[in-house]
Ligand binder design. Structure first.
Ligand SMILES: [Zn+2]
Length: 317
């Protein structure tokens, strides 16, 4: 046996894949952590335009949590929501009453509660999404549960967003505030019943899911239009901060389109496996939308107490 042959055999032994008893694969002596689409169990095959970088079914919460420590095709999805979620929690716990919310003589406890109520909704939504993307690799049963948690988080955020802005926008028209809040709660409850149904999670329902959440989120336009009819455009621009709400709507709408039509990986399968695929873009746009809403709520609060536009509040761009 020549020296070259021995060397090649050693190299083959180091790179050959071996299936272990617990379903893991080793390459040489190293455990394989990420897999190709074709190596996944059927239930994990969702997006055939993302070819590589998968964490294969782990059957272990610990292994799911360990996936936070290496880079795979869900890492960007996880951290784009984990970091803003933690930030909202820190703001909510320690900073809203100290720095973020300017105090006016007419400021009440309810004003603080409603701003924090919005931040709580944003925190819950982003944290539910983080858990889903991190823990869905456990098994099909866990994935189904966490996907419902993810959808419920979106419903919580849409509801908290609408109610918080209604509170400031209609602070002097309690009847409108009550009517629109009741409508939001009823719609949110109906949506919850719908998303908790197993059929909603079906793979071929992706575009329907995107359209569904867009419709629920855009139901928030009704109170804005009612405000324009009642107070006129100029005052509504300040009361419900139409500028920021419009920007927020554009972010959510473009996010839903990107998610629904799987842009850009549909045009170049395999090119956006780790960074830049549709779900990641969708996540970033959701966070951008939530920041716009926070700005809108703050502006609306400022207008409620001063009758002026809060030009020195957190400004975007
Ligand atoms: Zn997501």
């Amino acid at each position: 046996m020549s020296a070259t042959t021995t060397l090649r055999q050693r190299k083959d032994a180091n790179t050959s894949e071996t299936a272990t008893r617990d379903g893991e694969t080793t390459v040489g002596k190293v455990k394989k952590l990420i897999y190709h689409y074709s190596e996944l169990p059927e239930w994990q095959k969702d997006n055939d335009k993302i070819l590589n970088g998968y964490v294969r079914e782990t059957q272990s919460m610990v292994k799911c949590l360990k996936s936070l420590t290496y880079f795979h095709n869900e890492s960007v999805n996880i951290y784009t929501h984990l970091i803003p979620s933690a930030t909202y929690l820190v703001l909510l716990m320690f900073f809203t009453d100290v720095i973020l919310i300017p105090h006016f003589p007419t400021t009440t406890m309810s004003d603080y509660i409603m701003i924090n109520f919005y931040l709580l909704g944003a925190f819950v939504c982003l944290m539910c999404s983080t858990c889903f993307h991190c823990l869905k690799q456990h098994s099909e049963a866990h994935s189904n549960i966490w996907s419902k948690v993810d959808y419920m988080g979106i419903i919580v955020q849409i509801s908290c967003s609408t109610v918080s802005l209604l509170y400031y926008g209609y602070h002097d028209h309690l009847f409108y505030f009550k009517v629109f809040t009741i409508i939001t709660v009823v719609l949110g409850s109906c949506c919850s019943a719908f998303v908790l149904n197993d059929r909603f999670n079906a793979k071929n329902w992706r575009i329907c899911r995107a359209a569904f959440f867009v419709c629920f989120a855009f139901s928030g336009i009704v109170p804005v239009l009612a405000g324009i009819a009642k107070f006129g455009l100029a005052e509504s621009l300040q009361r419900v901060q139409v500028k920021y709400v419009t920007l927020e709507a554009l972010f959510y709408l473009s996010g839903a389109l990107v998610y629904g039509f799987r842009i850009p990986e549909t045009f170049a399968p395999g090119k956006f496996d780790f960074v830049g695929h549709s779900h990641q873009i969708f996540h970033v746009l959701v966070v951008a939308g939530s920041i716009c809403h926070f700005r809108a709520v703050m502006g609306s609060y400022f207008f409620m107490h001063t009758g002026k536009l809060g030009s020195h509040l957190l400004t975007l761009g």
